[in-house]
Design a protein around this ligand. Structure first.
Ligand code: NAD
Ligand code: MN
Length: 361
């Protein structure tokens, strides 16, 4: 039996609500499957912590979660704390501090969920976005009042950083994922017509890496055209690899097409064994619906599936995903995807599908 230590960071708003539900599913699974046990260490970091202590996480925060097997993360963001403080102080601090260089964001069309995509074979569509997760447009390098001109005339510079190694590892990972799929195809997204340094480097690395994967079909698109392609020709998407900012935007588009931000899972992966990876839904803390018990838990529960798969429990991960599909098919949906069920009711249904699976074995 494997034993896992999870660092749990619920964060703010609906983050706390959905993390609880995800842990209920993992807990249920650990008891029924008998293949693993786990313990959770909770870290109360986030915006409330910031308002009280002046920092989003403890100074030795990374040190304290470095040896956990995985990090399970809710969401951060609070109306009275500037978003760049909450984002850089916690989520990006972890992604960059632990060199989680690939952010994997699958887009799936769940049965029984209307979504916003008009397509004849929606239920067959699924693709995965591979987001560069440590550099690019989110390098954090820049400055305010750059030319020393002061109020009203201020100049701010925000630099993007692309390293050849950084591009290569995430692009290579996209090809490795493509090799595991029925249709082996990788689409690279840049804006290399306008951004002629970093993005051109990316394009060159993409071409070079693609030669190592002769079985994989490739194409390359500019991000604006790709946004349209998501809507017009989603059947052409398999593995899509893009820079930090572009993939961030495209993944919200993908999840909206599939129905809601609330159903999109993600994994921030560190693959070189030195640090834990982090699993979280794509959405934020949703202050507009926080505290009402109506947040969609599927994105966070799906992220637990990605976490278990990462920990070597593929069968358990598949079970969670099947249970999610069975639940939406039954019409047990939260308001964001057109239903009236509560966060808890959706999770209960997912858990009961998992139970019935085991009862039938
Ligand atoms: P958001 O994702 O929190 O919400 C956008 C919209 O989607 C809202 O209308 C919300 O109600 C809805 N929504 C999101 N998740 C949902 C769910 N699980 N179920 C039902 N509806 C859901 O994005 P925002 O409003 O732009 O940002 C709110 C805060 O979250 C900000 O402080 C922002 O910085 C932060 N944020 C954090 C993360 C993160 O922690 N990874 C990501 C994005 C935004
Ligand atoms: Mn985002």
């Amino acid at each position: 039996k494997q034993h896992f230590k999870l660092a749990v960071i619920p964060g703010d708003g609906i983050g706390e609500e959905v993390i609880q539900e995800g842990l209920r599913v993992v807990d249920h699974l650990s008891k029924t499957s008998n293949k693993f046990t786990f313990e959770s260490d909770y870290f109360p970091w986030g915006c409330e912590y910031y308002l009280e202590h002046g920092k989003m996480m403890d100074e030795d925060g990374l040190e304290r979660i470095k040896n956990h097997d995985a990090i399970y993360f809710g969401a951060v963001g609070y109306p009275t704390v500037p978003d760049h403080i909450s984002l850089w102080g916690l989520r990006l601090a972890i992604c960059q501090g632990f060199d989680q260089w690939a952010n994997i964001r699958p887009v799936e069309f769940l049965p029984g969920v209307e979504g916003k995509l008009n397509h004849p074979h929606k239920e067959k569509l699924n693709w995965v976005l591979v987001r560069e997760n440590t550099e690019g447009e989110y390098s954090g390098i820049g400055g305010r009042n750059f030319a020393g001109r002061g109020p009203g005339k201020e100049v701010a510079v925000q630099s993007s950083v692309f390293t050849e190694e950084g591009c290569e590892r995430v692009i290579r990972h996209a090809f490795d994922l493509a090799m595991k799929r029925d249709r082996k195809k990788v689409t690279s997204v840049t804006k290399s017509n306008a951004q002629q340094y970093g993005m051109v480097l990316w394009d060159e690395v993409f071409k070079r890496v693609s030669r190592d994967y002769p079985e994989v079909e490739t194409d390359q698109w500019l991000v604006d055209a790709m946004a349209a392609r998501f809507v017009l020709h989603p059947e052409e998407l398999e593995v899509v690899v893009a820079s930090n900012l572009h993939a961030d935007i495209l993944s919200d588009l993908g999840s909206a097409l599939a129905g809601s931000l609330g159903i999109a899972p993600s994994a921030n992966i560190h693959l070189d064994g030195r640090f834990p990876s982090m699993f979280e839904s794509v959405h934020g803390s949703a202050p507009d619906i926080a505290g009402q018990g109506i947040a969609n838990p599927i994105g966070t529960i799906g992220s637990a599936a990605l976490m278990l798969e990462h920990l070597g429990l593929k069968q358990e991960a598949d079970l969670i995903n099947e249970a999610i599909r069975a639940t939406t098919k039954d019409g047990i949906l939260t308001a964001d995807i057109g239903g009236t069920s509560s966060t808890r009711e959706v999770t209960d249904a997912i858990i009961s599908h998992i139970s019935s699976k085991y009862a039938n074995v």
